[in-house]
Design a protein around this ligand. Structure first.
Ligand SMILES: [Zn+2]
Length: 463
């Protein structure tokens, strides 16, 4: 057995840019290739050259479809990666939706910068374009859950359902006699459709690479506060805007609204989903429910056989730009769900520009807001937010409801990791520094593990 190393190329001291390089003497594997989002300093890192020649990567393991895990793939392909990208059925389907959207946004940003002269470059280029995205999709290879897949001569991967989003997996990577477990984004047991995360494989591990998004927090449970905030918002007489990640969060929110309307906790008001990407993802979720996909909870397919789980009763799906714009003229109280979840782009930005100046309106934040995002500025109570090059006053009511998180919290992570019989070392990634350090200290004191918070580009030998 030779040397096996892990290099932490992203998701160090941040929740975005998940990229890990695992190397043995014979193989070079990349686990996730995500985009950096949020802070400008982080986003700039998307333009840095990849530290190894992409043509020398033997295989890519993709854990799930979120942009901060898959959004860098088109760049690797453009720079010469020519092998397979392994992922589950719904990760492939949802990644196609997310990457095409990302390709569009990259191209729009470049055009916008060119028009306004924002960029220092005379002709700003997109990070990648739609052509790169289509080429990337050709590299996807579908893998089943819970079955060991040979990646290279000395490396195999096993994908287990992780309960985070449709298709998501935590992955056991076995390479040259070493066993590494990547939790990726670990889900919870409260998803309305997905099964709880599988138990970790019962074997001794050489390294666990764990996320820590909520490594220093414990989620509150009640649905109550969501209903309270909606009712309070209705009382103020305005409309409610919910910025939500297009994939999964929109589905979870719709199912929660359905439940609240059914038990009359909130009135049956019109609900608009205004994000083409969210609507495409919604169709895949409907398909998964119809097919009773393997990552769904027991009885989910049966329960929703003849009813649409995502229609609270008054659902409007706004696919075209005209439909989206018509929402600006809405006179009746309504709930608008729009992406992106951190208001870094997408149609939600024009809704914010339209709705924030009116104190009758309410914005409900339902997801993690990364440092540097507009969502984070709202969460922190900033009085003005910059949009389309202009400052918009924040008069609307801003509230945060945390119970929709699809990330395990500190206690949930610890109790899941506790089921691992033994790990020589843990690396805590995918969290802001406080969360990382807190989780690492819990791993040391409660599980007796060696726990490290890796720095960017740091290389560790495993085992
Ligand atoms: Zn995720």
């Amino acid at each position: 057995m030779g040397k096996v190393t892990v290099t932490f190329l992203g998701a160090t001291a941040t929740v975005t840019g998940s990229r890990f390089l695992v190397e043995s003497e014979k193989s070079r594997i990349v686990v996730d290739a995500g985009l950096f989002q949020g802070l400008k300093a982080d986003r700039k890192r998307n333009w840095d050259p990849f530290p190894v020649e992409p043509s020398t990567i033997d295989a890519i393991v993709l854990t799930h479809a979120h942009l901060d895990h898959c959004g860098y793939l088109p760049l690797l392909v453009r720079q010469g990666f020519r092998n397979q990208i392994f992922a589950t059925e719904y990760t492939i389907k949802l990644a196609a939706v997310i990457l095409r959207d990302s390709g569009h946004l990259q191209m729009e940003d470049a055009e916008f910068a060119a028009k306004k002269g924002f960029s220092k470059h005379p002709t700003p280029l997109p990070l990648y374009n739609l052509d790169d995205v289509e080429k990337t999709l050709n590299h996807f290879t579908e893998v089943p859950f819970r079955k060991r897949i040979q990646l290279t001569q000395d490396a195999s991967a096993t994908y287990f359902p992780s309960g985070h989003i449709l298709g998501s997996a935590f992955v056991l990577l076995e390479i040259d006699g070493k066993a590494l477990l990547f939790t990726s984004d670990m889900g919870r047991s409260n998803h309305p459709l997905l099964a709880s995360p599988d138990r970790p494989p019962q074997m001794a591990l050489d390294a666990v690479i764990t996320e820590s998004t909520y490594g220093n927090r414990v989620h509150e449970t009640p649905m109550r506060s969501f209903a309270d905030e909606i009712n309070a918002g209705m009382k103020r007489g305005g409309s409610i805007l919910i910025p939500a990640f297009a994939v999964d969060r929109t589905e979870v929110i719709l199912m929660a609204l359905r439940e609240l309307i059914t038990d009359r906790s909130i009135p049956n008001i019109p609900i608009y989903v205004d994000s083409p990407m969210a609507l495409t993802a919604l169709d895949y979720y409907r398909e998964a429910v119809k097919e009773d996909a393997p990552e769904l909870g027991a009885g989910v397919g049966e329960r929703w056989k003849s009813v649409d789980p995502f229609d609270p009763g008054n659902l409007h799906q706004m696919r075209t730009t005209e439909q989206s714009k018509s929402l600006n003229e809405l006179k009746d109280k309504s709930i608008i769900i729009s992406a992106s979840g951190m208001a870094t782009g997408g149609r939600v930005v024009h809704h914010l520009a339209n709705m924030l100046p009116d104190p009758k309106n309410t914005v409900i934040l339902v997801g993690f807001q990364a440092a540097g995002s507009r969502g984070r500025s709202l969460e922190e109570g900033k009085k003005e937010i910059k949009m389309y090059g202009k400052w918009v006053p924040v008069q609307a009511h801003i509230v945060k409801v945390e119970n929709f998180s699809v990330h395990a919290d500190s206690n949930e992570l610890i109790s899941w990791l506790r089921e691992i019989s033994h790990s020589k070392e843990a690396f805590v990634v995918h969290g802001e520094p406080d969360a990382q350090n807190y989780l690492a200290s819990r791993l040391r004191t409660e599980l007796g593990w060696k726990a490290t918070v890796p720095k960017t580009a740091q290389v560790y030998e495993v085992g």
